[in-house]
Write a protein that binds this ligand. Sequence first.
Ligand code: SAM
Length: 174
Amino acid sequence: MYVLRLGHRPGRDKRVTTHVALVARAFGASGFVMEGEDRMVIESIEKVKEIWGRNDFVVETTNNGKSYVTQWRRNGGKVVHLTMYGEGLNSKVEEMRRVSPILLVVGAEKVKGWYYKNVDYNIAVGHQPHSEVASVAVFLDRVYMGAELDIQNSDAKLRIIPQRAGKRVVRVGS
Ligand code: SAM
């Protein structure tokens, strides 16, 4: 599964877009695609990969989200747009577990009507307005059923040893 973040506005969206990418990586997606250019966002993700692993996590930019969606579908993949106006996740989650590969699309501000009509699924994570970070996190967690939380990255330089209190981090690679 890849996550496509539409309509990134450099400066204004830097933090939220970075969080969408971090959640995509940490919660088991294979790649993150940002519509637009922002060197700071890309550098933040690459730095996290270098220290905490998952160097195979793909980070890309596109200047045209519509073309990316069209190409994904042409290659045989399915596109899932997360929107509060879509079909409820509870009723579609089992189907989502069978669909592959998924391009999971989230917006920033208003998402163009084109996406609602040209994707395979419009899925709501509840029918209330909230956040692209939350909707990606919940979708991935529900599809991967929590297994993503136990991922150990074999190429990490640092690893956390879970503690009841305090912090313990060990170096495991160079
Ligand atoms: N008002 C904007 C619109 O109508 O497109 C929504 C902006 S919201 C801050 C940014 C993104 O978060 C949305 O494009 C959508 O992908 C995601 N999102 C927000 N609430 C959601 C929900 N309840 N279910 C699924 N995705 C949601």
